[in-house]
Design a protein around this ligand. Structure first.
Ligand SMILES: *[C@@H]1O[C@H](CO)[C@@H](O)[C@H](O)[C@H]1NC(C)=O
Ligand SMILES: *[C@@H]1O[C@H](CO)[C@@H](O)[C@H](O)[C@H]1NC(C)=O
Ligand SMILES: *[C@@H]1O[C@H](CO)[C@@H](O)[C@H](O)[C@H]1NC(C)=O
Length: 183
């Protein structure tokens, strides 16, 4: 939590934060982050997101630490027609704890993923800076151990999105969806 507090302090003095100023949570503990999370919020100004945001619903993410300190990320969500969409990516660790990098198998972008503010039994707020060709975009996500996160946490997420220059209309607290069966 310290890192977000520091960040908020910085934000009060300068209006927006640049990517390099967003640090992962201090003393990040990957093992404690492992397991199942619900994606409950997402924000981005990317065009693909803007065109899809109205149809997005909550999904399930599984974080599995690898032996070399990276993570296997799997994400699943129910589509509008009731089929399950599943995505898996393998993220490498970096020299900075709490910062990972992966190339999306589905969309081809390279993602610099940072675990910004985590309370391991409750929520995780992540920042990602993504690059595909000459295009770059930020995606922030709010995960919860349960689908119901407090209004205070939702507001914290909204503020974080605004500080990373996401437009208010591109901040989405996802409508609840049934879970997709994981195999
Ligand atoms: C259901 O929706 C997904 C994603 O929109 C699509 O890829 C899939 O073909 C659809 N399946 C059926 C049975 O309509
Ligand atoms: C992750 O690590 C593997 C093995 O070292 C490497 O081939 C791959 O390019 C790395 N991916 C990224 C996105 O850095
Ligand atoms: C980015 O790349 C695309 C396709 O390669 C190109 O059409 C476009 O002009 C480039 N934009 C900039 C700002 O360089």
């Amino acid at each position: 939590m310290a890192s977000l507090h520091t960040l908020l302090g910085v934000v009060l003095c300068s209006l927006m934060v640049s990517s390099s100023e967003i640090l992962p949570q201090a003393d990040f503990d990957l093992q404690a982050m492992a397991g199942k999370w619900y994606l409950t919020g997402i924000c981005s100004n990317a065009q693909w997101f803007v065109s899809r945001k109205a149809n997005m619903k909550t999904g399930t993410a599984i974080i599995k630490p690898t032996e070399d300190g990276g993570i296997e990320l799997s994400f699943s969500s129910l589509t509008n027609n009731g089929t399950c969409r599943k995505m898996e990516n393998l993220a490498n660790k970096t020299e900075v704890p709490g910062k990972f990098t992966y190339r999306s198998r589905y969309w081809g972008y390279v993602s610099d993923l940072r675990m910004v503010d985590v309370k391991y039994d409750e929520y995780g707020l992540t920042y990602s800076f993504n690059t595909r060709g000459n295009e770059t975009f930020v995606v922030n996500r709010l995960y919860g151990r349960s689908l119901d996160l407090s209004a205070e946490l939702q507001e914290k997420f909204r503020q974080f999105c605004l500080q990373t220059s996401i437009l208010p209309e591109n901040i989405v607290l996802l409508p609840k969806s049934e879970e997709c069966p994981l195999d």
